[in-house]
Design a protein around this ligand. Structure first.
Ligand code: GLC
Length: 413
């Protein structure tokens, strides 16, 4: 009898949590666009976030950089406001990168922003800004910590003796991050070196995280898969939820002389490419050591924001579309509507084909202009478009159908 009760209880609990875990990612799928923030001691140097390793800076010397880290212009509410203005729905901050410097107060480390440098819990200020603005908040956390004895150089194998204190600290710090800063929506692991889940006790780590924050979404970089996968600087669709993270230039951390900026049109193309394949786009900003986001990055985000105000309905909650217009660019589906992202403006007539549903109405999102529709079986011509594209970054046409959108099966006549 007792055994039966346990089984029944386990069944109900699994139903409850199973359903919850499906629902808990729905806000993230709807969001489609987030801000990544790489910021730490290294930002004051302006040569990216890997300097400690790449320049083999001994800890004693790196510590001095931390002593001089005084971000007097750190106003996280402004970062969050910028993210909002850009149409982003969540923000992920590097609470600790591979150098091990914590932007928060940690009982188990002396290398923190409270003990060295600013004398402030920067994560607490960031969390406060996110919560006040109703912005979903993510914590990036690097498992590896180069300031630990014998962790540099990277590489494997390392003895248990070397790794054990590192792993212990990581578990403690994840506990701290998930207990001291209110609701945390995303835990974004990175830097799992060595890539061995046994070493990191990843299973325990994830279990603890979910116990402390039952709604939390966890990425794949603690080696256990989890809620979403994270292709880096590439758009690759996956069958499970995915998020492409991208730099605006070529560096994650502040690098004022990295001029390789992607133009706004390219950033929007990447965003819509992700959305049209059912993925998220996490776009990075790299504030300087003072806490200021470089003007060029701010300008790009504001431009994207203007575009999103006109076209956001084609991005949020988007998934792949059964109706395709591959001659023009790509397309997505939101509810029963299909949005054509047009990269090659066709002039006054827009043809597409393999459309298995009758098109009821079509309009250009940027201007609201309705288009004339001609349809013969699965071939469609939209007429009356302006000869030149109305939007200078990416034009979008919204299609409404009789019933849900469907593709035709190829029929060769
Ligand atoms: C890599 C890099 C790191 C960056 C991250 C972003 O793992 O080590 O510097 O933070 O990717 O995805």
């Amino acid at each position: 009898m007792k055994k039966l009760l346990v089984i029944v209880l386990a069944f109900f609990l699994s139903q409850l949590f199973g359903q919850k875990s499906d629902n808990k990612i729905s806000w993230w799928k709807e969001a489609r666009f987030g801000m990544f923030i790489h910021w730490g001691v290294y930002s004051a140097e302006g040569r990216g976030e890997w300097i400690m390793y790449q320049e083999h800076i001994p800890f004693g010397e790196y510590r001095k950089l931390a002593e001089n880290f005084h971000p007097d212009n750190f106003h996280p509410a402004e970062w969050v406001a910028l993210a909002k203005e850009a149409g982003m729905k969540y923000v992920v901050l590097t609470t600790r990168h591979h150098d091990g410097y914590c932007l928060y107060d940690s009982r188990v480390s002396d290398f923190t922003s409270v003990k060295i440098g600013p004398g402030r819990d920067l994560v607490a200020e960031f969390a406060d800004a996110c919560h006040k603005a109703g912005m979903k908040m993510g914590f990036y956390y690097s498992l590896t910590d180069w300031h630990f004895p014998d962790i540099l150089p990277q590489g494997y194998p390392k003895s248990d003796e070397i790794l054990r204190p590192l792993v212990k600290q990581a578990h403690e710090q994840v506990r701290e991050l998930l207990t001291k800063y209110g609701k945390v929506d995303i835990l974004w692991f990175d830097g799992m070196t060595p890539g061995d889940t046994n070493v990191w006790k990843s299973g325990d780590l994830i279990r603890m995280a979910r116990l402390l924050q039952p709604e939390i979404l966890i990425n794949d970089r603690a080696g256990t898969g989890e809620d979403f996968v994270t292709p880096e600087n590439v758009v690759t669709a996956h069958s499970q939820p995915w998020e492409s993270c991208y730099t605006m230039n070529r560096t994650w951390g502040f690098a004022p002389f990295d001029y390789n900026y992607k133009p706004v049109a390219e950033l929007i193309r990447l965003l819509t490419s992700c959305a049209s394949q059912g993925g998220n786009f996490l776009l990075n900003v790299s504030p300087d050591g003072d806490g200021k986001i470089p003007d060029q990055q701010t300008q790009s985000l504001l431009e994207i924001g203007k575009w999103m105000k006109l076209h956001g309905e084609a991005v949020y909650n988007a998934s792949s579309s059964p109706v395709v217009a591959s001659n023009l660019g790509f397309q997505c589906r939101v509810g029963d509507k299909v949005y054509l992202f047009i990269q090659r403006w066709p002039g006054t007539v827009l043809p597409f084909a393999w459309c298995g549903s009758m098109v009821k109405s079509a309009r250009i999102l940027a201007t609201g202009q309705s288009l004339k529709i001609e349809q013969k079986d699965d071939r469609v011509w939209l007429r009356g478009l302006p000869a030149t594209p109305p939007d200078s970054y990416m034009n979008v046409v919204e299609l409404t159908f009789e019933g849900p959108p469907k593709a035709t099966t190829p029929a060769y006549r």
